[in-house]
Ligand binder design. Structure first.
Ligand SMILES: [Zn+2]
Length: 80
């Protein structure tokens, strides 16, 4: 397993084994997020889905979740 300089925690840590999402965000996350911070987002996403009733199947809700994800993980789409 490779390592990544994670934008969220600022540490050099084990990377994800593969892009965790399809589409444009997958490679960005893989290049900029450590496995532990991804897991933290997965838990936060579950909280958002439960508490704010966001439905990943709804395109508008999915857009909100991606925005929250980018802010949570401090992702830089341009810098990928
Ligand atoms: Zn991290």
């Amino acid at each position: 397993m490779g390592e990544v300089v994670c934008r969220r925690c600022g540490q050099t840590r084990p990377a994800l084994a593969q892009a965790p999402l399809p589409g444009k965000w997958g490679p960005v996350i893989e290049a900029q997020t450590c496995a532990d911070c991804w897991q933290a987002w997965v838990e936060e996403q579950t909280r958002l889905i439960n508490h704010e009733r966001l439905l990943p199947s709804e395109p508008e809700h999915r857009k909100v979740l991606y925005e929250r994800m980018a802010a949570f993980l401090l992702l830089d789409l341009e810098g990928a």
